[in-house]
Design a protein. Sequence first.
Length: 179
Amino acid sequence: MARVTNDTIIKTAEELLKRHERVTLATLAEKLDITHPALYKHFKNKDELWTAVLTKWFTDEVLNRIDVAQNIADPKVALREWLWQFVTLKKKIYQQDPRMFALNTKYIDERPLVLRELLQGAYAQINTILGCTDPTNLKAEAIMSAFAVFTVPSFKETWNEPDYAQRFNAIWQLIEKGL
């Protein structure tokens, strides 16, 4: 039996979620060939485990796929490009992987504080682009909030509207002045 780590648990949970409607900790433990209580040696509770799975999925599918060229000297241009890629990736996931999108949406809707935790990586990337060292991430959070209509699943039905880019640009023009 291979050694079970947090990473193997998260990876296995994600694989199971992609194939099955409902995944229990018992199912996950069985797949890993460990006991259900052994999972608690790695994660203090079920929520911590599912938050870790969601965070990895979001990081892999969104944050790690954003490719803002390092040679963009103007932070405003770099930030606009980063935001455009972010919202475009969210839209793409909604269209191409509706099941995982729905599972993650349901989880976040039931645990709003997890969303803030989940977005810490995005805030860090925004801070880097802007050269900001604010540990509270207030500016980055405000910027992301301005684009909520493109990131919050409640608005997903509007993401395929023909004026999508026009609406994005209108919001960008408003916040650009405040940067």
